[in-house]
Write a new protein. Structure first.
Length: 90
């Protein structure tokens, strides 16, 4: 399993919240801008967790020796590219 597959698996298993903020009103009566805002706001914790996981994984990858890289199945150049990506970039 490659590093990208490991990261994809880890990100897919993160919990996400998709419920809108309830103000004791049905969602159809809420303004559209509020519904869009609340949906985006509900994704913030999952996004922050994904960023934290990417940063942690890339730091481990940057410290890996050649034996570990061979086990994972990536080359030195692939490691350099992946380890130097910013945490917000998939």
């Amino acid at each position: 399993m490659t590093n990208q597959q490991n990261m994809d698996y880890a990100l897919a298993s993160l919990p996400t919240t998709s419920s809108a903020i309830s103000l004791n009103q049905p969602c159809t009566e809420l303004p559209k801008w509020f519904t869009r805002f609340s949906c985006r706001l509900s994704r913030v914790p999952a996004t922050l967790e994904a960023w934290r996981l990417r940063h942690k994984t890339r730091m481990h990858l940057a410290r890996a020796d050649m034996n570990n890289l061979r086990d994972v199945g990536i080359s030195e150049s692939q490691r350099f590219i992946e380890a130097n990506k910013p945490f917000w970039q998939a």
